[in-house]
Design a protein around this ligand. Structure first.
Ligand SMILES: *Cc1c(COP(=O)(O)O)cnc(C)c1O
Length: 344
């Protein structure tokens, strides 16, 4: 019953097998290999246009380098106050961006609201030289840190506001696959067709060992990114092993199958807990369930071996726990957890 995070799971067997195959023999380093060429091609097919792809080992690197690339050092990145870039990356976007400023906004269900972003970007007195930073990027997380998702129409609305102010739209897609299978739209419809300029495409939480990609939908925008990645110490020497993971993740839509399973397990968890009288705090739209539970019940669950993080507390004094499912979560684990809650 390990619901601590999707990175507590191992590596999907198909991806491990691809790593073993890539281990057979020699290949040039730093991305001068066949795996990398194939992954670049695969991404262009997936998104139905020519994209520029930069593989990196962590999601923090993907976010930080992507944002640094579209933001001058005197620029600002607008994001949700709970965004991974704002609270979980130890200042990496600011560091790689040469001191860029993150401007965080509250927003219901872990999402940025167009109604809040519009007046913020429109308030000219707040922005611009010589005294103020200049907004350069708007960053949204798909799925969000609350496990909720942005529909294409919501993305389009935010993109239009951003673009009207010459601001790029960045998507932190650490759980992009989970969001995509929920919406049942194609990858292009959920990104550039809705106005996304640059995407951090995550594979690690979906089932890879450590593989993420920065995707520029306009390859012209990627100029000098190759230098930025190396200067940022994020160009892997044995690059083929990141590429082999990504290739296997995308191959035959493995990623969508893995993410669909994780979402299904979250739905099961959510339904079971709701039935037991504990409804999730936010809509369950990806592979995360946030549910308020009495502290004594949390103690019991953890004593019985369940693993999860205590996220927050609610006004009634309950602990809001975060339960994350993955490709490796089994229905039996979910049932056991729900049974424990019910019996308690
Ligand atoms: C996990 C995660 C990342 C990437 O984190 P790394 O630990 O750096 O790989 C980025 N964004 C979100 C929303 C995440 O949950």
């Amino acid at each position: 019953m390990n619901f601590a995070s999707d990175n507590t799971a191992g590596v999907a067997p198909e991806i491990m097998a691809a790593l073993a195959r890539a281990n057979d023999g020699f290949a040039l380093g730093y991305g001068n290999d066949d795996w990398t060429r194939r992954v670049e091609k695969k991404f262009s097919e997936l998104f139905k246009r020519d994209v520029a792809v930069f593989l990196v080992p962590t999601g923090t690197a993907a976010n930080a380098l992507a944002l640094a690339h579209v933001t001058p050092p005197w620029g600002a990145v607008i994001c949700h106050e709970d965004a991974h870039i704002a609270v979980d990356e130890c200042g990496a976007p600011e560091f790689f961006g040469g001191g860029i400023k993150l401007v965080a906004l509250p927003g219901a269900n872990g999402k940025l609201d167009a109604a809040a972003v519009k007046p913020l970007l429109g308030n000219k007195a707040q922005w611009g030289p010589p005294h103020h930073v200049t907004p350069a990027a708007l960053s949204i997380s798909q799925a969000s840190e609350a496990g909720t998702i942005y529909r294409p129409q919501e993305i389009r609305e935010l993109a239009d506001i951003a673009h009207a102010h010459d601001v790029a739209l960045h998507m932190d897609g650490a759980r992009f696959g989970n969001a995509l299978v929920r919406m049942n739209v194609s990858a292009d419809e959920a990104t550039w067709k809705a106005g996304v300029d640059v995407l951090s495409f995550g594979a690690t939480k979906g089932g890879a060992m450590g593989a993420e990609a920065v995707i520029f939908f306009d390859p012209k925008r990627a100029e000098h990114m190759s230098a930025r990645r190396k200067r940022g110490a994020q160009l892997a020497s044995k690059h083929r092993f990141i590429a082999a993971q990504m290739e296997a993740y995308l191959d035959g839509d493995l990623w969508l199958r893995l993410c669909r399973h994780a979402n299904d397990m979250a739905d099961r968890l959510s339904a079971g807990l709701s039935k037991a009288g504990f409804a999730p705090k936010w809509p369950v739209e990806a592979n995360e369930v946030f549910v308020p539970l009495p502290a004594a019940l949390c103690d019991k669950l953890q004593a019985a071996g369940a693993m999860f993080y205590r996220w927050d507390a609610d006004a009634a004094g309950n602990v809001v726990v975060r339960l994350v499912t993955s490709f490796a979560t089994t229905a039996a684990e979910v049932e056991r957890f729900v049974d424990l809650v019910r019996d308690a």
